[in-house]
Design a binder for this molecule. Structure first.
Ligand SMILES: *Cc1c(COP(=O)(O)O)cnc(C)c1O
Length: 240
């Protein structure tokens, strides 16, 4: 059995190799270790191995784990990567360091209100669905490049979100549909990147630096297509 340290270093090597293939600096890619459905010990082991960025997809599960890890909380950067219900936005705004899954104007407005109660602006990503897969949440941007209405409607929401004083929009997050061949994810990642580039032209006061995309099965393709954050669970922590 491989140890977590071995799996983590193998993942880091694959990240670096993918970055080099794309003429990118490996240091520009953040690795978030996804510990959903893993015990608290997995987070402790990640910390011991030098992985401090942790992703969870459920507010309640993350809350329970963080109370068990209170002494280590300051050493962790905690990312919310799963769909957020508005009734959990208050808890999420205080618990997480970054929310990847802002998928509606209404959620952004509610998160902004609650983020106001904490001191800093809450870093967020806008989750976009560019593949049209019905099961994926996210702003609907299927065929945005050929459907001006789809893009304009999104931009109207983005304009309002960027005006919210307590959120700091850092970029986009997307999930590619699962498929046996990671190459199938490439056009999805490419569409997300082009969308980011397009938003950066339309809203130049925002940096739009981050693209959170790529998981165990497709992170190398995501990096080749411009991911700045990859969210990896199974390749580091084993099957759930
Ligand atoms: C579970 C999950 C991941 C990690 O998936 P793996 O296939 O285990 O790497 C990444 N992002 C999101 C949104 C997830 O729900």
């Amino acid at each position: 059995m491989e140890t977590l340290i071995e799996r983590l270093s193998a993942v880091r090597e694959r990240i670096a190799a993918a970055a080099r293939r794309a003429n990118r600096d490996p240091a520009a890619i953040r690795l978030v270790g996804v510990t959903k459905a893993q015990p608290v010990e997995a987070i402790r082991a990640a910390l011991a191995a030098g992985l401090h960025e942790i992703g969870e997809n459920r507010v309640q599960e993350a809350e329970a784990k963080m109370s068990a890890l209170a002494a280590d909380r300051r050493r962790l950067t905690l990312h919310l990567i799963g769909h957020l219900q508005t009734n959990k936005a208050k808890k999420a705004a205080t618990l997480f360091d970054m929310v990847h899954s802002v998928d509606s104007l209404r959620l952004a407005q509610i998160l902004d209100r609650h983020a106001a109660e904490t001191t800093d602006r809450l870093p967020v990503l806008l989750q976009v669905n560019v593949s049209g897969e019905m099961t994926k949440s996210g702003f609907d941007l299927c065929h945005w490049e050929t459907l001006p209405d789809v893009y304009d409607r999104f931009c109207a929401d983005v304009e309002q979100i960027l005006a919210l004083p307590h959120l700091e929009v850092r970029g986009l997050m997307t999930i590619a549909p699962w498929g046996p061949d990671p190459e199938q994810a490439r056009p999805v990642f490419r569409a997300a990147r082009r969308l980011r580039d397009s938003l950066a032209l339309r809203f130049p006061a925002t940096a739009w630096r981050d693209l959170s995309m790529g998981m165990t099965d497709d992170f190398e393709v995501a990096i080749e297509e411009g991911a700045t954050i990859v969210r990896i669970g199974r390749a580091i922590f084993g099957e759930r």
